[in-house]
Write a protein that binds this ligand. Structure first.
Ligand SMILES: C[S@@+](CC[C@H](N)C(=O)[O-])C[C@H]1O[C@@H](n2cnc3c(N)ncnc32)[C@H](O)[C@@H]1O
Length: 215
């Protein structure tokens, strides 16, 4: 589904980048921050779970979790190149029939997407200006847990992003990277009925697992 967000992200997350990412994954396995998400999901001890991977890129999270935790997946992504590569890899793994691939900005199609056990957003909120809207609709779709990675609010990453965004502007590319306020993302998820049960930090990325509070 074409949208402004898709046009912007399609240019940024294009075919070359998707090919590089799958090559890296097949050689080295999941990236460090993605491993934190995988550990967090596995700590929930679920079986045959459903997963919504928003901005799942080449599909690393579900290529891994379909081995032991997850049996059906919805991958919504604003990048058509990433979706294509993710689908090709799923076909190789014989799992494509259990995955729904949706090319869209999730906020535009959320009404058409089923609720699932687990929602993941690996390095996605930082690519989207309106984190409140994205996390609100993401949270609404999770019956059990929401796991995400996002940049830490460090001075050094702020400097890096300032430089990156400056060059984006210079080259007339509308794509920007954002450091959203972590405590405000947390308050929002608390309002939606989630509690943070685990957080792990890397040099740039932080991972948080939010579980739905029992009612
Ligand atoms: C930095 S990439 C991360 C890809 C993958 N999760 C990873 O960590 O390798 C950001 C991804 O989020 C997607 N994205 C950003 N905002 C989105 C939105 N509102 N709806 C769907 N996908 C979105 C982009 O298309 C892209 O695939």
């Amino acid at each position: 589904m074409p949208c402004n967000c898709c046009e912007i992200t399609d240019t940024q997350f294009n075919e070359d980048r998707a090919k590089e990412d799958i090559k890296y994954y097949l050689k080295h396995g999941p990236a460090k921050q993605t491993k934190l998400i995988l550990e967090a999901v596995r700590s929930l001890k679920l079986k045959n779970a459903s997963l919504l991977d928003i901005g799942g890129g080449i599909g690393t999270i579900y290529h891994e979790l379909m081995q032991d935790v997850v049996n059906n997946v919805i991958h919504v992504d604003a990048s058509s190149a990433y979706l294509k590569v993710a689908k090709e890899e799923s076909i190789k793994l014989g799992k494509d029939k259990q995955i729904q691939f949706v090319h869209a900005d999730f906020t535009d199609v959320e009404n058409e997407i089923d609720k699932v056990d687990i929602v993941t957003l690996d390095r996605v909120v930082c690519c989207y200006p309106n984190y409140r809207e994205l996390l609100t609709v993401a949270g609404k779709h999770s019956k059990r847990a929401l796991v995400m990675t996002y940049p830490r609010e460090t001075w050094y990453f702020r400097i890096v992003l300032g430089i990156v965004n400056f060059f984006q502007k210079l080259s007339n590319d509308p794509f920007r990277v954002f450091i959203h306020p972590i405590h405000q993302m947390e308050s929002l998820l608390n309002e939606l009925g989630f509690s943070r049960t685990s957080t792990k930090c890397l040099f740039i990325w932080e991972m948080s697992l939010y579980e739905r509070e029992a009612v």
